[in-house]
Design a protein around this ligand. Structure first.
Ligand code: FAD
Length: 317
């Protein structure tokens, strides 16, 4: 079922989970170990992230270095198929522009369509590891909105090759990313929202947000989006913050604020169990408040902490 259909038919709280493919060489069992207990809460969707290839320098036998591309976390499409097969739950692959030609994207969409995947999250992706700023593949897309346009074309049966007449129409429901505290490259929140609105106008169906630890950022964002004339569902993205290291890493990677109370509570935690408890209580509080404020759905970034998500959901649902 499409995300939009689930939202329209919802009679209870809908939840979705986001996972990363395992690093190359690791078994898919690690995914199952994280997801098995969470299936108790009947998630409607499992999102699977996509990770672009990285450039690294490898020493050759002659002592010189050569630049090679490696993909540390392959397998997004395969994991989606495995999850759909094992748990009978919808999987949502993330698609990124970075590193892909339009043709490769089209072929990936055809694969997904054949697999029965009807939902995708369309993203630009971040800069390659050897670049400071994002640069598009010469035959690829510059912004997520261009990827949205390509998916919409395919939904209309319009393929890149002009001589394909009456092409099969795909049926993708398209999610896009939104940033309650603005995307780090955007000059201000209003400009960022205007670009988000374009993604919706080009055909995206809903927005999933970056994580936030202060719900006021989310409420403000939803309000500002409305003021910009945007009415698509906005799904809050939620992640537990559980360790001292994350206090610096998360704000710098994701450009999000850590509220003072949460910062202090994590700093005061003596053990990992204590900080897990702080993260659990904070996330539970966020979820309860969001549900009171009638959010359409809760999206959880499980990233390495499925146990904390489990404890939150056990108390929430
Ligand atoms: P865009 O919507 O293209 O926006 C990027 C920047 O350009 C913004 O500052 C925006 O304001 C600006 N902009 C947009 N359109 C235009 C335009 N037409 N002209 C000028 N400026 C414009 N990354 C991954 O690599 N893999 C993942 O699986 C992944 N999953 C994610 C899931 C969620 C829910 C979120 C919130 C993010 C995810 N990301 C993922 C990170 C994302 O790829 C990065 O944040 C990336 O830097 C921006 O992607 P975007 O789709 O928001 O880009």
């Amino acid at each position: 079922m499409k995300v939009t259909e689930q939202l329209a038919n919802a009679t209870d709280t809908i939840i979705s989970l986001e996972i990363l493919p395992p690093t190359k060489g690791k078994s898919i069992e690690s995914i199952y170990q994280g997801l098995d207990p969470l299936m108790e809460f009947k998630p409607s969707f499992v999102n699977v992230t996509y990770h672009r290839a990285e450039q690294i320098y490898k020493k050759r036998e002659d002592g010189n270095f050569e630049r090679v591309e490696i993909r540390k976390r392959p397998g997004t499409v395969g994991i989606c198929a495995a999850i759909m097969n094992k748990y009978k739950v919808e999987a949502i692959p993330h698609l990124i522009c970075g590193g892909f030609t339009k043709e490769e994207t089209e072929n990936a969409l055809i694969d997904l369509h054949f697999l029965g995947v009807n939902n995708v999250l369309a993203l630009r992706g971040d800069a390659a590891s050897n670049e400071k700023f994002f640069s598009a593949h010469p035959h690829g897309h510059r912004y997520a909105e261009d990827l949205v346009k390509q998916i919409i074309s395919l939904n209309k049966g319009k393929y890149m090759e002009d001589d394909i007449i009456d092409g099969v129409k795909t049926n993708f429901c398209i999610g896009v990313a939104g940033y309650p505290e603005k995307h780090f490259e955007a000059p201000n929140l209003d400009t960022d929202i205007e670009y988000l609105k374009r993604k919706i106008e080009f055909g995206a169906d809903y927005v999933t947000t970056q994580m936030f630890f202060n719900n006021d950022h989310f409420y403000n964002y939803v309000q500002r989006c409305k003021e910009h004339g945007m009415n698509a569902p906005i799904i809050p993205g939620l992640k537990p913050l559980t360790g001292k290291r994350q206090l610096n890493v998360i704000p710098s990677i994701f450009n999000v604020e850590v509220p003072v109370e949460l910062y202090k509570a994590i700093m005061d935690a003596k053990t990992e169990a204590d900080s897990d408890q702080v993260g659990t209580e904070w996330l539970l509080y966020q979820c309860r408040e969001l549900l009171k404020n009638k959010v359409p759905m809760l999206h959880f970034y499980t990233l390495g902490k499925p146990k904390v998500i489990y404890n939150v959901l056990k108390q929430l649902l």
